[in-house]
Design a protein around this ligand. Structure first.
Ligand code: HEM
Length: 139
């Protein structure tokens, strides 16, 4: 799990992304569909609303990194809905790459190796809890 220092780095860099979250979100989607072209079929052509939803949920995740147990059930349900949207296991690592790419372009020199390592932890946490192939259900 993340160290307090990594949580701080993620929260600090997120503060810098927030004012440009729409642009950062556009970069993310462009890069994601470049990496996985099939996802273009899932992502709305006018994806302004979708970026807002994504950034709002990131905001919740990042502000709650100190309390991961609170997030787990929320992410598990979100992950189940993503199965319905057609998102598969490997899309999560593509999303991680695309998001780091967007952060690098948005933050420039502030996106240091330490900041990147901290964000990769966030994505491990997201895919561990959203990717339904990684957890078992109580049916
Ligand atoms: C793995 C790559 C991902 C893909 C391809 C993807 C794709 C989608 C699609 C197709 C929708 C439905 C759009 C709609 O009609 O509202 C959606 C909704 C949503 N996504 Fe993602 N998503 C991904 C990852 C994530 C991640 C990592 C988060 C947040 C941590 C997230 C948060 C949301 C939210 C909050 C919604 C709104 C609907 C709901 O709450 O179920 N997505 N996503």
């Amino acid at each position: 799990m993340m160290t307090p220092e990594q949580i701080f780095l993620v929260q600090q860099s997120w503060e810098k992304v927030l004012p440009i979250s729409q642009t950062a979100g556009e970069l993310f989607y462009d890069r994601l569909t470049e990496l996985v072209p099939q996802l273009e079929n899932l992502i709305d052509s006018d994806h302004v609303e979708q970026i807002k939803k994504l950034m709002t949920s990131f905001n919740l995740v990042i502000n709650s990194l100190n309390d991961p147990d609170m997030l787990k059930p929320v992410l598990e349900l979100l992950g189940q809905r993503h199965v319905g949207y057609g998102v598969i296991e490997t899309d999560y690592s593509a999303a991680s790459d695309a998001f780091c790419w967007a952060l690098k372009h948005s933050l420039g020199k502030d996106f240091t190796d330490e900041v990147q390592a901290a964000w990769l932890e966030v994505f491990h946490f997201l895919s561990d809890n959203m990717d339904t192939s990684k957890h078992s259900y109580i049916n």
